[in-house]
Design a protein around this ligand. Sequence first.
Ligand SMILES: *Cc1c(COP(=O)(O)O)cnc(C)c1O
Length: 400
Amino acid sequence: MINHLPLKIVDIIESITGKGTAENPIPLHEPDFTNSNATEYLNNCITSGWVSTAGEWVNKFEKELANLTKAKHAIVVSNGTVALRLALKLKGVKANEEVIIPPLSFIASANAVSHLGAIPHFVDIELDTLGISPEALIKRLDECSVLKDGKVFNKNTNRKISAIMAVHIFGHPSRVDELRKIASVWNIPLIEDCAEALGSYRYDENSIKHCGLFGEIGTLSFNGNKIITTGGGGALLTNNSDIAKKARHLSTTAKKNHKWEFEHDEIGWNDRLPNINAALGVSQIEQLQKKLKTKYTLNQIYTKAFENLEELYTLNQPELCKSNFWLNNIILKERNDSTLKEIRNKILELSHQKFIYTRPVWKLLSKQKPYIKSPKGDLTNSEFIEFRIISLPSSTKIYS
Ligand SMILES: *Cc1c(COP(=O)(O)O)cnc(C)c1O
């Protein structure tokens, strides 16, 4: 029972993005180097020969990230997945322990847990931020945990619950102020996946704070589809100097500092961001304020364009937050499951026919093959929203 809604929606999207063609499609999100110093900085790396894991651009990029976020330390690494894996390792997560994560996220959030041999444990989200619901977290910890020697264990699996990972979806800050309180009551470390949230803030009592500084470590990604890109890249943010020091050590093969000797005091990783990528990063961060303005405007335009369609709503900035509006989304209200899927699929099909690459939200992590057997609480909200979200083209190039 398809109505005219999908066509109407796709027409509205097209009126904002312009027409797509096979040669010039409208991507969901693309890198934007317009009017930037990218070429100059990259040339500088090539002519100086400093292209690899040491060089002034790495230091410069780290400094810029720390300045922007007001984190005491920023440590850049080769991608966002690696940053998450390092963050979990630094907070002591080990094999056969569990890490609480939301089921609505990109697969990297779960994979980073698995890369340490640990197991994701899914806790439901709330519908206005799309991040972990503090209420669901309290409920889940109450129903499944036992305390042993001050540590929290899942009584169904006998595994230690060793961290909570909040994820800020689409750049909208989740309720990390509340999550932090719960985490501290249970004495479980909180880390934040801010891969999508550079430039996003939440009020914390009376001051505004960048995402990633509510828990003990925050992580960023500079993949090609994020708000700024280094080609591939990531970072850790922390106010803890010990953690920062350990992060640098572990991400550079755990080599002891010496002019010529090669001595390594544990098994480290080769995770550092090459200088050439950092150079691109500096040219991108110089443009962040401009990008944030464009993102905000694009969100206003989408919101206004869809405001009279009763069948959906646009996802907006949660209360007490400043969002970076990385990705715009519409949420379908249809209550009937099969009609909903028909409408959703038709929107995707029609827009792709027009070379406008809208995208559904990720299939829930709890339903992905590697994670089907992972422990989970009640996931009503995640399951409710899964087929309702459609992401809209949101490159800064659309409106600049
Ligand atoms: C992009 C992303 C990551 C992973 O970052 P990469 O740099 O691609 O490894 C992790 N979590 C979320 C929520 C992301 O969107």
